[in-house]
Design a protein around this ligand. Structure first.
Ligand code: IMP
Length: 184
């Protein structure tokens, strides 16, 4: 028990966190995104959250939408414990339900290289949804390797590694209310 506590304290104190986007800024932007989505999907939509990073964004976005919403999650392999991608994506959790004929909005925490979303759009389109579009809270366009068309972007950010509001580094910091730049 004592050993565990020591590890937690030492990891937290070595990293430097600098707030990039406050909880209030995020809340206001999600309210605007919800209004835009309401206008674009009068008959409702199917939100598909990408695990695990998008879970907090999805839960706030879903509540800012007043149209009928269905929710499911899909999981992909991610960065693991580092900050760079392997360039390979695989499904770690599939959807629980069919999306055939549905208006799907893929909900992502951050678009970085675009590799994950390129793969997921390809996977989901084969299931014949009526439409598939993307909503992301953050976009780092400088790092793009694959072009992806993103319908809703919360914030465009510079090429910095960020944590908080669902985003992690080695599974830490997801519960921060603000989005912060993590420096080693
Ligand atoms: P992409 O396939 O390179 O676009 O990577 C997207 C995924 O990489 C996101 O869903 C995040 O899990 C992760 N990622 C990319 N940039 C960051 C970051 O700055 N902080 C935390 N995770 C990140």
């Amino acid at each position: 028990m004592a050993h565990r506590a020591f590890i937690r304290i030492s990891v937290m104190s070595q990293a430097q966190l600098e707030v990039m986007l406050t909880a209030a800024q995020i809340e206001e932007r999600i309210r605007q995104m919800g209004a835009q989505i309401d206008a674009d999907y009068p008959n409702g939509l199917y939100l598909v959250g990408i695990l695990k990073g998008a879970c907090i964004f999805l839960s706030d976005l879903a509540r800012s939408i007043t149209r009928p919403v269905r929710i499911d999650f899909i999981g992909t392999s991610s960065y693991g414990k580092g900050k760079t991608t392997s360039g390979e994506v695989r499904l770690t959790k599939d959807l629980d339900t069919t999306i055939e004929g549905a208006e799907v909005l893929l909900v992502e925490d951050i678009v970085d290289t675009g590799v994950t979303l390129t793969y997921l759009i390809h996977v989901l389109e084969q299931r014949r949804p009526r439409s598939v579009r993307i909503a992301t809270l953050l976009d780092k366009p400088e790092r793009r390797l694959r072009p992806v068309e993103v319908a809703y972007v919360g914030f465009r950010i510079p090429d910095k590694f960020v944590v908080g509001y669902g985003l992690d580094y080695a599974e830490q910091y997801r519960n921060l209310k603000d989005i912060c730049v993590l420096s080693p």
